[in-house]
Structure formats: structure tokens, C-alpha cells
Design a protein around this ligand. Structure first.
Ligand SMILES: [Zn+2]
Length: 129
């Protein structure tokens, strides 16, 4: 919990849609889907241990499935070094709650330049990656 608070104090990147923004540690490339927007992305780095957090927002009230996020760590040459699937804290968007579903993934990695976040509407189990 302490590390999470530290990350918040360091600043949260407000991102939406397809955009690339320089964070303190890496470029962030966000690929939202037609149904869901990836937002509030931040990267928390502690030596080799890297945690990527973010929130998910439905584009319309008709969207109920949260899906999941694939996180790619990309090196300077453009090569994907590692792909991880980020777990979400819930599977369904709640229209009663104002709290957005969140996702996070932690990996041990170094030497990457860019973190790419890709939303998939399927559940983790259905992901073909
Ligand atoms: Zn996937």
C-alpha cells in the first residue's frame, strides 16, 4: 500500500484514446478498444520490478464487460520484450458505482523504452495471446 501512495504522489498520467506520452520511466502507448477506454495509467518502478496500473471506462452504458488489458514492454529496437495480461478487479462495469474498474500487472523487467497497453474485450481466459 505504501508503494501505491508513493506512485500517486509522483503524479498520475491522464491519458485517453490513442496517445503516446512521455512518463518519467518510459513512453506509454495506449490502444483503447471500440468499447472501453484505458485511462489513469501510471508506471511504478522499483529496481527491476515494474508495476503498471490503470482504470477502465466504458464508452457507452451498453458496455457491461470489462475485458482485460495486455501490457507489452517494448525495447528501443521496437521488439516486444515481454507481454503480460493485466488482471482487472472486476468483470462487469457497474452503473451504480462511480468507481472505475482497475487493472494492474507486475513484472520483473529492464531495458524497455515503451509500455503498450492494449484493451481486449474478451476475458483473460479467452485471450489468444
Ligand atoms: Zn488479451
Amino acid at each position: 500500500m505504501k508503494r501505491f501512495i508513493t506512485a500517486l504522489a509522483a503524479g498520475i498520467l491522464m491519458l485517453s484514446g490513442c496517445s503516446t506520452m512521455r512518463s518519467e520511466t518510459a513512453d506509454v502507448d495506449i490502444q483503447s478498444s471500440t468499447a472501453v477506454i484505458i485511462t489513469h495509467v501510471h508506471i511504478d518502478r522499483n529496481g527491476r520490478e515494474v508495476t503498471v496500473h490503470g482504470s477502465l471506462r466504458p464508452k457507452s452504458a451498453a458496455v457491461t464487460r470489462v475485458g482485460h488489458v495486455d501490457v507489452e514492454f517494448i525495447g528501443a529496437s521496437g521488439l516486444v520484450l515481454e507481454t503480460v495480461k493485466a488482471e482487472t478487479n472486476t468483470q462487469q462495469f457497474s452503473h451504480k458505482s462511480s468507481r472505475s474498474p482497475t487493472f494492474s500487472a507486475t513484472v520483473e523487467i529492464e531495458g524497455f523504452d515503451t509500455v503498450r497497453l492494449i484493451h481486449h474485450p474478451d476475458t483473460l481466459q479467452q485471450c489468444e495471446l
